[in-house]
Design a protein around this ligand. Structure first.
Ligand SMILES: Nc1nc2c(ncn2[C@@H]2O[C@H](COP(=O)(O)OP(=O)(O)OP(=O)(O)O)[C@@H](O)[C@H]2O)c(=O)[nH]1
Ligand SMILES: [Mg+2]
Length: 291
C-alpha cells in the first residue's frame, strides 16, 4: 500500500454546493475599510439577537479580531447556556486607527429563551429596533422597558435606530436537523418568538441576515478544515432547514466560525466573517439610503 491520498469523506461533496468566498479576504477587507455611509453622520447599526449562547457576543469579538488582526475579547462571552450571559444592551464600536472608529456599530443583547419570563422580552427587541432602548439598559425578562425608564429614548434619531437585524443561530441547534450534540432546542415556542421579531422588522422594513455559528462543532469535517463548509452535506441540510423553518432566504444565511479558542486569526476563518460583515454593510446601506 503506498502513500495514496485517502478517499474523500462521504460527508463532504466533491464540489461546493455554493461557491465559497475563498480568496476574497483582501478584497472584502478593503471594501469594509473603505466603507463610508452615503448619508453623512450615519453610523450603520447592526443588532444581533438569537437564542442564549448562540454566539452573538463572540461574533462581535470575531469581527473586532478580523479588523484589528489579533484576537480580542471585548464582548464578554460564556458557555453557560441556562441563562444569558449578556444581560445589558451594549453598543460596540470597532477601532480603525487609534482615535477613529469604523462607521458601523454592533448592538449586543440578552439571548432569547423559549420559556416565558426568561431571556430577553420580544417587546424589548422590537423597541430596540426602533431606537427606543439606550446603551447600558439592563434587560428584565419579566417586563419590557417602560417609557419612564432612564434608558428609554422617546425621540430616536436615524442613528439610534437599527439598520440591520442579524439573527444568530448556532449550527448545533437541535430541531434544525437531527443532531448529536444539541445545545438548544428550537421549539415551536421559540420559533414563534423569532417570527414575531421578524414580522416587526418586516413592518419597519429593516433588512435581515442570519448567521449560522459553531460550524466547526456542527460538522466534524468543517472542524478539520473550514474550507469544507460549502461541501458539507450536513451544513447544507442545516441551512436548508433554517431557511424552511425560520423563513430566511438561503443566500441571506452566512455560516461562520467565531474565534472562541484560537490565539491567532486565520485567513479562511476571517474570510467567512468578512463575507457576513460585507453582507450586513451592503443591505444596511441600501436601507438607510432608501429612507
Ligand atoms: N465552537 C464554537 N464555539 C463558539 C462559537 N461561537 C461562540 N462559541 C462559544 O459559545 C459560547 C457562547 O458564546 P457567546 O458569544 O457568549 O454567546 P451569546 O449569544 O452572546 O450568549 P448569551 O450572551 O449568553 O446569550 C462561548 O463559550 C463561546 O466560546 C463558534 O463559532 N464555534
Ligand atoms: Mg452574549
Amino acid at each position: 500500500m503506498g502513500n495514496s491520498t485517502p478517499p474523500p469523506s462521504p460527508k463532504v461533496l466533491p464540489q461546493e454546493w455554493r461557491k465559497g468566498p475563498w480568496g476574497n479576504k483582501v478584497r472584502d477587507l478593503q471594501i469594509v475599510k473603505d466603507y463610508q455611509p452615503f448619508k453623512e453622520d450615519v453610523q450603520l447599526r447592526c443588532m444581533l439577537y438569537g437564542p442564549v449562547g448562540a454566539g452573538n457576543s463572540s461574533f462581535i469579538n470575531a469581527v473586532d479580531s478580523v479588523l484589528r488582526g489579533k484576537i480580542t475579547r471585548r464582548a464578554a462571552a460564556d458557555s453557560f447556556f441556562q441563562r444569558s450571559f449578556t444581560t445589558k444592551y451594549r453598543e460596540y464600536k470597532i477601532q480603525k486607527v487609534p482615535g477613529t472608529h469604523y462607521p458601523f456599530v454592533f448592538n449586543d443583547i440578552m439571548g432569547l429563551q423559549k420559556d416565558a419570563e426568561k431571556g430577553v422580552c420580544v417587546e424589548d427587541i422590537k423597541l430596540a429596533m426602533k431606537g427606543h432602548v439606550k446603551n447600558g439598559y439592563q434587560f428584565n425578562p419579566i417586563s419590557a422597558i417602560s417609557e419612564d425608564n432612564q434608558h428609554y429614548n422617546r425621540d430616536p434619531s436615524l442613528n439610534d435606530k437599527v439598520h440591520v437585524l442579524v439573527c444568530v443561530i448556532p449550527g448545533n441547534t437541535a430541531g434544525l436537523h437531527n443532531d448529536n450534540n444539541p445545545t438548544q432546542l428550537l421549539t415551536e415556542d421559540f420559533e414563534t418568538k423569532l417570527r414575531e421579531v421578524r414580522f416587526e422588522a418586516r413592518d419597519i422594513g429593516i433588512p435581515e441576515i442570519a448567521i449560522l455559528t459553531k460550524i466547526d462543532v456542527t460538522c466534524p469535517e468543517v472542524g478539520k478544515d473550514i474550507q469544507n463548509v460549502y461541501k458539507s452535506k450536513y451544513l447544507k441540510k442545516k441551512i436548508e432547514e433554517m431557511s424552511g423553518r425560520l423563513g430566511f432566504p438561503q443566500n441571506c444565511i452566512f455560516p461562520v466560525n467565531n474565534y472562541h479558542s484560537e490565539h491567532e486569526t486565520s485567513d479562511n476563518t476571517d474570510t467567512l466573517i468578512l463575507s457576513a460583515l460585507r453582507g450586513m454593510i451592503e443591505c444596511g446601506e441600501d436601507f438607510v439610503n432608501d429612507l
